[in-house]
Design a protein around this ligand. Structure first.
Ligand code: FE2
Length: 273
């Protein structure tokens, strides 16, 4: 079966050994430098459990910036960090691929460009990038969702390219998804409203998680996710981090909603590979 046929059947495809260890290590090193330069007095927490409450201006303005977001469990009762800064960040987002040369080089690797062609994305635009730490012991869970909820285009075109920079296992919080789940219609739309963001509920049912299977991924694996595929990842209570890089592309021919939470200023237009 071809990669494209497997992807269209399941809504995802796991490509082990897609990126070499050197490319993964370059991103890990660069992310560490970005965190080192980050001023931790800027406190913004990323949590998927209450995304409306945590969506502050720092988050909503990050579509064309490089910004760091804390793990929800990073702080003690007095508001201080319970562990060093570099063990407290949940993720960095969301324009790494356009603003940082190391991330741009990784994101525009000819192997990735060729993969999007293989998948039938004719005019890809690199929309969003996230460096996800899934920190030891406090790495937060990501509740079941469809990426299309957050990156809505008409017709749906958001495609996730998720790279394991370290081995992702059940113990340290690998991805879970249900084969064929991408045939599920969108359940929610996360969008800007007066004064912030909110969810439009399109289907009140919760996304089913019982048939999800773990997608364990050795370092260098690329997992491609259809934007409609429900997926989740568990918390990391293990002593090992599970660092990953996530890149989302959309098709230039699809309409990107102007009230999507993720927006860019005119000085940084979306680009392809
Ligand atoms: Fe996702």
């Amino acid at each position: 079966m071809t990669v494209r046929a497997a992807y269209e059947r399941d809504g995802f495809v796991v490509l082990e050994g897609f990126m070499d260890a050197g490319a993964c290590d370059a991103l890990i090193a660069r992310a560490a430098e970005l965190v080192q330069a980050f001023d931790p007095s800027i406190v913004s927490i990323f949590s998927t459990r209450d995304q409306v409450r945590h969506a502050d201006d720092y988050f909503l303005g990050s579509g064309d910036q490089i910004r760091c977001f804390f793990e929800e469990e990073a702080f003690d009762a007095a508001g201080g960090l319970r562990q060093p800064k570099e063990r407290s960040i949940n993720k960095i987002g969301h324009a790494l691929h356009d603003l940082d040369p190391v991330f741009s080089q990784f994101s525009r690797d000819p192997r990735i460009a060729a993969l999007t062609g293989t998948l039938g994305i004719e005019r890809p635009l690199l929309l969003q990038s996230m460096y996800i730490f899934k920190q030891p012991f406090i790495g937060g869970e990501v509740v079941a969702h469809q990426d299309h909820t957050f990156l809505w285009t008409d017709p749906p075109s958001a495609t996730g390219l998720w790279f394991a920079l370290e081995d992702a296992t059940i113990e340290n919080g690998c991805m879970w998804a249900r084969p064929g789940g991408h045939r599920e219609p969108p359940h929610r739309r996360f969008h800007r409203v007066a004064g912030g963001v909110g969810y439009e509920i399109l289907d009140p049912a919760e996304l089913p998680t019982d048939a999800m299977i773990p997608l364990e991924a050795p370092k260098g694996t690329c997992i491609v996710l259809d934007g409609l595929l429900p997926h989740r990842s568990g918390p990391n209570r293990s002593p090992r981090s599970r660092q990953a890089y996530s890149l989302h592309v959309i098709d230039e021919r699809a309409h990107y909603r102007t009230d999507n939470w993720l927006q860019r200023g005119p000085e940084l237009p979306l680009r392809g590979f």
